[in-house]
Write a protein that binds this ligand. Structure first.
Ligand code: FMN
Length: 194
């Protein structure tokens, strides 16, 4: 299996609108592959401009926020780059597309690192942050998973939240949990109605 970094990607449309989305970037030798599913704004923007900024952040609220309609996070300019970075990024890389492998569902953009920046120190691993990341991925796949699997995963991830979360991780968890509960209620209503 390839190594994947879970990041927040900032991209920009040709018209200039900035978009923020969590995305896993995949290592392939010297290059990093961006593989967004169709349809998505990230995909359209990368196709249009050939540039993305990878934001390395351990801010659980940004991952959870993006999955729950809270996409308005402060941005900062990147020198000589049309795409901004997250103000909260610990570090960033500017990725430039060098080749594209077309696919009707999930094209792959191989990128080179054109520039990098360091902004804040990394202050250590935290189980609650990791649990929020897993829960964010779960939320991005709710429609593909059986409700029992969702309930089991949430129950397991909650252990790390209860034991190690600070206020930011608790907030991020709550945002995701609201979405999970709404989804499970919808499934329950559909089952009841059939
Ligand atoms: C940690 C994490 C990694 C993700 N990686 C991918 C990915 O590699 N490809 C993808 O299409 N979506 C990925 N997603 C889901 C996208 O963030 C989500 O579908 C997003 O809305 C993309 O669509 P957009 O560009 O239209 O906003 C990921 C989500 C999370 C939380």
């Amino acid at each position: 299996m390839p190594y994947i970094r879970e990041t927040i990607l900032t991209t920009r449309s040709a018209a200039g609108k900035v978009h923020i989305a969590p995305l896993g970037i995949i290592q392939d030798g010297e290059t990093w592959v961006i593989a967004p599913f169709r349809p998505s704004t990230t995909l359209a923007n990368v196709e249009e401009t050939g540039i993305a900024v990878v934001n390395y952040t351990d801010d659980a609220k940004i991952f959870a926020g993006c999955l729950t309609g809270r996409k308005d996070w402060p941005l900062a300019d990147v020198p000589d780059c049309p795409v901004p970075r997250l103000e909260a990024a610990l570090a960033h890389d500017v990725l430039e597309v060098i080749s594209v492998k077309g696919d009707p569902q999930r094209p792959r953009f191989a990128c080179r690192v054109a520039a990098s920046g360091q902004h804040r120190p990394f202050q250590g691993m935290n189980r609650a942050k990791a649990a929020v990341l897993e829960a964010a991925i779960l939320v991005s796949r709710l429609k593909m998973l059986p409700p029992e699997k969702i309930e089991d995963e949430i129950a397991y991830l909650k252990i790390a939240i209860d034991k190690t979360a600070g206020p930011d991780e608790e907030q991020a968890w709550y945002w995701l949990l609201e979405k999970v509960i709404a989804h499970l209620a919808e499934v329950e209503a559909e089952r009841g109605g059939s």
